[in-house]
Design a protein around this ligand. Structure first.
Ligand SMILES: [Zn+2]
Ligand SMILES: [Zn+2]
Length: 204
């Protein structure tokens, strides 16, 4: 059952990723290098059919140890379930902020340089990153959250949709993260929480 769940979660991620990118491309008016963007598509598909399933298989082992009856139960719309979502956002944002900063140190920047190839990012560039970066910075915090916070199936799907769509949205024009792509030493986080705490935020 958990393997089926992970498979549908994976499909949801793929549909959100390329669905959002497709719709953005219809309405986008900013110019971008179409030829280079095709390379990005090919690279990201490669990541999604190799590295991501491998991570899924590893996490399957841990997900399988959770209480299946609770995971598969009907969603309860209580304050405790909703507060879990807020805590998960803070968990992902905090993790992303500090590990992302580490990737900007001179020892680790070689693993992050690919993601900074585009100064004006496009949505499907969200996973245009080295394998190391994708595993540690993108997949790990998202996949660990349901383990840390013990979620019902409805919230697992909601979490994957939120995580995928926000990372794609971050790579559209005029966002906090697009400012990070421009200057590289500001806005390391996904929200401004940790950038404000550490004095690394820039609003334009
Ligand atoms: Zn980025
Ligand atoms: Zn960066």
């Amino acid at each position: 059952m958990i393997s089926k769940l992970l498979f549908y979660v994976y499909l949801t991620h793929i549909l959100c990723y390329w669905g959002f990118s497709f719709i953005w491309n219809i309405y986008n008016t900013y110019p971008y290098n179409k030829k280079e963007s095709i390379k990005v598509i090919k690279y990201v598909i490669n990541i999604q059919i190799t590295i991501l399933p491998i991570c899924g298989f590893i996490f399957y082992y841990f997900y399988n140890k959770l209480d299946h009856t609770y995971i598969l139960s009907h969603p309860t719309f209580s304050m405790s379930e909703l507060s879990k979502l807020i805590l998960m956002v803070i968990w992902e944002d905090g993790y992303f902020y500090y590990i992302h900063r580490l990737f900007h140190t001179r020892y680790l920047y070689k693993f992050h340089i690919l993601h900074h190839k585009w100064q004006n990012p496009i949505p499907w560039e969200a996973l245009y990153a080295s394998r190391t970066e994708n595993i540690l910075l993108n997949f790990f915090p998202v996949l660990t959250a349901p383990l840390l916070f013990n979620l019902q199936i409805f919230y697992i799907f909601l979490w994957v949709i939120i995580a995928t769509v926000t990372s794609l949205f971050a790579h559209t024009n005029d966002t906090l993260h697009s400012i990070h792509h421009k200057y590289r030493n500001v806005n390391y986080g996904l929200t401004l929480i940790f950038d404000r705490i550490n004095g690394t935020y820039k609003l334009e």
